[in-house]
Design a protein around this ligand. Structure first.
Ligand code: HEM
Length: 453
């Protein structure tokens, strides 16, 4: 008999989902440590939300259920499969629309097939020049002014790279400021993304202040990016591919805007966060052993790393992987079953939102030895894909399309800057804001100095 998951104590009226929403990361840690259960039920006025704490069940949702559904004849018994749980539809729709992150079914599959080639190795190789150029620009800034906000610098770098490489557009400082202000407003608007469970279904769902302006600004920028491609000789990039599909009637006109906004935001914010967290973690490495080992690797290069050097940077990659373990930019995924489902020993009623939290699973001592220590070496011994307990890019068919892009970019940026600079982040602890991504609450101040000095 399938069971219903246990539920941690909460108030009789608003359940425990509010406790989660108030401080999701601390709550996740506490529930994981107090319960050995693979699934825990949170309850709120808007209904139940299941928290999945077992890596095997996460894999079941993201990978196996999908495979099972594909191989089954329609209408047969078995796992109904899962779709993304949209906990703030009143915000997601105007923001991401039918973009790749948010679409489902055939509409998603066609679009993924259309965009995949822009993320294959030959395409990635073509983006390296832009990554190197913008990293060199940041290095120049660091030489001139050593008092930095590394999160702002990494964001400036990654947003310009994504716009230039995938969207064929050079952004100016004003555009970068617009995107970042929009990101701040959107993060604030989404909060911990749980209103569907926190609010009863009849409660009015207002859009927070700042949300509409953020969307207007992003729409205007996306419009300019798209217009810039309506020339006789447009660049061979994602926007041109999408416009051709729209002109051929394969996708709606609006879809081009949705994808431009999706790629612009999903393609820079997360990578900037990984780099920021990597600098933070390296700064906190008191023995200096991790930094020494990183230096040893990057100093062996003949110059700033290029595409050909990527394979010579295993330790740099391990630093990136370990940073994403401790500080996953995407802290949780959200899914819901299409119909009544069974997950492990548990019954999951149709439509119950599931939280699959990278944050809690990546920091679980049952899966990682000494889980709170920053130890990149662990990724020299085992590959990130070897364990279901590590999924910074998600898993299964909906896994991140930009995984290779992000890995190449993070390795090149980290290695290039680590060759020349020591980075000392001032704060010993980061206050984190939890929304769609997990971001530092304010600037991440750091002192940078050239290593020979
Ligand atoms: C370290 C950097 C990154 C991290 C940690 C990250 C994380 C993720 C995760 C966890 C998902 C799955 C979401 C889900 O299953 O609900 C995802 C999907 C996605 N990511 Fe990334 N991402 C990163 C970089 C990028 C980059 C560089 C791009 C674009 C250039 C990108 C574009 C996307 C898109 C379009 C999707 C939706 C894919 C689909 O559903 O087909 N991401 N990302």
């Amino acid at each position: 008999m399938a069971r219903t998951p246990r539920t941690p104590p909460g108030s009789p009226f608003v359940g425990n989902v509010l406790r989660f929403a108030r401080d999701p990361l601390r709550y996740l840690d506490a529930v994981r440590d107090a319960y050995d259960d693979p699934i825990v039920r949170l309850s709120g006025p808007g209904g139940d939300v299941y928290l999945v704490l077992s890596p095997e069940l996460v894999r079941q949702v993201l990978v196996d259920a999908d495979a099972e559904r594909r191989t089954r004849r329609d209408g047969g018994p078995g796992d109904p499969g899962y779709v993304k749980a949209d906990l703030r539809p009143e915000l997601t729709e105007p923001f991401l629309g039918e973009g790749l992150l948010n679409s489902e079914g055939g509409s998603w599959a066609d679009q993924r097939g259309r965009l995949d080639p822009a993320f294959y190795a030959p395409a990635l190789r073509g983006y390296v020049g832009s990554i190197r150029e913008h990293t060199a620009r940041i290095a120049e800034d660091w030489r001139g002014e050593p008092d930095r906000d590394v999160h702002a610098d990494m964001t400036d770098l990654t947003v310009r790279v994504i716009a230039e490489t995938l969207l064929g557009t050079e952004l100016d400082a004003g555009d970068v400021a617009t995107v970042e202000a929009a990101m701040d407003d959107l993060s604030e608007s989404f909060g911990p993304s749980l209103s569907r469970a926190v609010l009863p279904s009849w409660a009015p769902r207002r859009r927070p202040a700042g949300f509409d302006r953020a969307i207007e600004d992003l729409d205007a920028l996306a419009g300019r990016i798209i217009e810039g491609h309506r020339t006789p000789d447009p660049p061979a990039d994602v926007v041109t591919t999408l416009l051709a599909a729209a002109d051929a009637g394969e996708i709606a006109e609006r879809r081009v805007r949705d994808e431009v906004v999706t790629l612009l935001l999903a393609g820079h914010e997360t990578t900037a966060l990984v780099l920021t967290y990597a600098w933070f973690l390296l700064s906190g490495d008191e023995s200096g052993a991790t930094t020494d080992r990183l230096h040893e690797e990057v100093d062996a290069l003949d110059g700033p790393p290029d595409w050909e050097d990527l394979d010579s940077l295993p330790y740099t990659e391990a630093v990136v992987n370990e940073s994403m373990r401790l500080y996953p930019p995407v802290w949780a995924l959200f899914r819901e079953p299409r119909g009544d489902a069974r997950l492990g020993d548990y019954r999951v009623p149709a439509g119950t939102p599931l939280i699959l939290p990278q944050w809690a699973i990546h920091r679980d001592g049952r899966h990682f030895e000494d889980p709170l220590s920053f130890r990149p070496e662990r990724w020299l011994e085992r590959r990130p894909t070897e364990t279901a307990a590590y999924f910074p890019f998600g898993a299964g068919p909906r896994a991140c399309i930009g995984r290779g892009f992000a890995t190449v970019e993070a390795k090149l940026v980290l290695a290039t800057l680590a060759r020349e600079f020591d980075v000392g982040v001032h704060e010993g602890k980061l206050d984190l804001d939890v929304a769609i991504t997990m971001r530092p609450e304010g600037p991440v101040g750091a002192q940078v100095s050239t290593r020979s000095s």
